[in-house]
Design a protein around this ligand. Structure first.
Ligand code: GLU
Length: 358
């Protein structure tokens, strides 16, 4: 009916909370009604919902002072339970079962854990259960946290081979100027060949961690993997069905997707924080890789190998201007890769199938 089968929807904290920080149950119920309608029409939906920390904040009066980490853990523990209770009841009114999936960046780090997580969400979808995902904020407190739930949603959309990702926040899309400026307009379609980072406001949202710049970066990356990404306002009436029906009156920014990439490449694309080493290449190799043809990275194009890694680890790839141009899964450990630097006639250090270029 909508031309797609599987959709990931991210709902930001600012959509679900009122100005005073309390949970906006009217909004939540309306979004659940919309999702239920899409579900009845045969769409498989994966929901990534923020709002745990925001909805826990008003539940408890803390005695004395809490450090930031403890406060986040406490509010998330209480708030996530509250959030899921509400979702559970709202979906139940439609006769739809939903389930909670909490994750951490670390638990998506190895291919085995990643596939395990994918299987969990897959089995829920097969059984018509709506997965409601969030970062496990009670334990994700280190530098290995997701930047925000926009990053998580991009990773999940890629992991589950969703055809589209809708990111709902409290603004209508990406403006070609400051949203407060009366001349500024929403950029309706964003083509990946145009980088519009300069237009983007760097302010952060009130209750969530994210901001427009991270949304834009994630949206570009995910669209680059062949998934359509739409940024829209979750407070707009009937936003979800209207977006899917491509109603021209509804404001949003759509990122035109690149051709689809394979599942393994999508995993590699989101594995930057697990990279174990670096491979530096010369200008000729960088040029060969950037050509349209499927090209693997051969030892002859390598000028340096940094760090210690094992075969099958993820490494970052740098060009001759020291720009990171991509990531890949290596076919040699770092000792062997170093021995082969500049040599001819060996198998690729990174095969094309395991190479992701940004
Ligand atoms: N996981 C956080 C929460 O549920 C939100 C993170 C974000 O704002 O992106 O409160």
């Amino acid at each position: 009916m909508y031309g797609i089968k599987r959709l990931a929807i991210k709902i930001g904290s600012n959509v679900l909370t009122r100005a005073d920080g309390t949970l906006d149950l009217t909004r939540m119920s309306s979004l659940v009604d919309q999702i239920a309608q899409l579900h009845r029409n045969g769409l498989e939906i994966i929901l990534i919902s923020s709002g745990a920390v925001a909805s826990g904040r008003n539940e408890i009066k803390v005695k004395g002072r809490l450090d930031d980490v403890s406060a986040r853990q406490l509010y998330a523990a209480v708030g996530q339970a509250k959030l899921m209770n509400r979702y559970y009841d709202f979906f139940k009114e439609h006769g739809i079962a939903c389930g909670q999936v909490l994750t951490t960046k670390e638990s998506l780090g190895t291919r085995r854990h990643y596939l395990n997580q994918k299987n969990c969400v897959g089995v829920m979808l097969e059984n018509k259960v709506i997965p409601i995902m969030n970062e496990n904020d009670t334990i994700a407190v280190t530098e290995l946290m997701f930047t925000d739930n926009d990053e998580l949603s991009g990773m999940i959309a890629a992991m589950m081979d969703a055809e589209a990702l809708i990111i709902l926040s409290n603004i209508d899309g990406i403006y070609n100027g400051s949203p407060g400026d009366s001349e500024a307009e929403i950029i309706r379609e964003i083509d990946l060949s145009n980088d519009i980072t300069d237009y983007i406001q760097t302010g952060k949202s009130t209750f969530g961690r994210g901001g427009m710049l991270t949304k834009y970066r994630i949206a570009r990356k995910v669209a680059g993997e062949g998934i359509e990404v739409i940024i829209a306002n979750g407070k707009t009436e009937a936003i979800l069905p209207r977006l899917l029906e491509k109603n021209p009156d509804v404001l949003c920014s759509r990122f035109i997707p690149a051709p689809k990439v394979s599942g393994i490449k999508k995993w590699i694309a989101h594995s930057d924080s697990f990279a174990k080493g670096e491979i530096h290449i010369n200008a000729d190799a960088a040029k060969a890789l950037s050509d349209e043809k499927a090209t693997s990275l051969l030892p002859i194009g390598i000028v340096a190998v940094k760090g210690a890694f094992e075969k099958d680890d993820i490494v970052r790839i740098y060009d001759n201007k020291l720009r990171q141009i991509g990531l890949g899964k290596v076919s040699y450990n770092s000792v062997n890769a170093r021995e082969l630097i500049g040599k001819k006639g060996n198998k690729p250090v990174i095969h094309y199938d395991y190479l992701y270029l940004e």
